[in-house]
Design a protein around this ligand. Sequence first.
Ligand code: NAD
Length: 287
Amino acid sequence: AEASLPREGSDSRNGKIHTINSFAMGRLHGKNAIVTGAAGGIGLETCILFAKEGANVLMADISDAALERASAKLKQLVPSAHKVEVQVCDVSKEADVKALVEHVDSWGGVDIIFNNAGIMHADDADAIDTPEKIWDLTQAINVKGVWFGCKHAVLSLRKFKKTKGSIINTASVVALVGSATPQLAYTASKGAVLALTRELAIVHAREGLRFNALCPAPLNTPLLQDWLGDDQPKRQRREIHFPSGRFGEAIEQAQAVLFLASDESSFINGQDFVVDGGMTKAYVTPE
Ligand code: NAD
């Protein structure tokens, strides 16, 4: 039905061309989506876009209070949202992730999961100074959490005999380029996300399931900005490497996630999808 609708039409009230009909139905119309880390920068912006584009969204985060604030903001910004629900979840616990997927199974099964929850711990450092417990905690959330999300999404997609599904896992540019301001546990965890994502992409390709990894550059979200604070030298140490001269915005990541989640990216699979303003392609940057 969607394909038979015109993609544009004229609005006789003012004579201007507007996008109507199929766009009004939304690029994710009727799809069931789970987003982890949904109360944070990238997660919330993605939930807002998913809801605007007609998806049913389960917002999952470890912080109950932040989740309530985030879903209230979403509902205020997208009053037309179909179904938006919240569920507290620690992605490092398999039972919690399984419960998310079971919830969405009651809606008719998962079509999209954005495994986005992640931490960058303040005590994460170099090979010498990273405490082992910080290493383990980081891998538990950033790697095992992504594995659990992939595992239970695949089980749901199979259970409902879906012939397509999109799994997007958040990695980072630090999985691609070395950083002399080390957070070794974090960097290793994001390298693991890239590796597991590309392997799953190949394993499940004939089932119609797509797995892609998002690689964001340093962003204007609490994860990084709280850590940088007012420390100007620490900021400049990073900004000098940005060809665009600025940190990225969460919405710029969310737009890429929406594309990867939608059928518009139907032949994109196993990619390290880099959204970094050109940072990882730069040698020297403009003055
Ligand atoms: P954020 O801190 O704003 O959001 C992260 C969210 O994850 C928070 O709401 C937090 O409560 C939640 N979370 C933490 N531990 C969790 C757990 N165990 N279970 C469930 N939820 C948990 O950060 P963000 O910038 O939106 O980051 C999202 C993702 O993007 C992360 O994986 C991060 O590593 C990655 N990333 C961020 C940047 C950046 O500069 N901000 C750059 C590259 C990659």
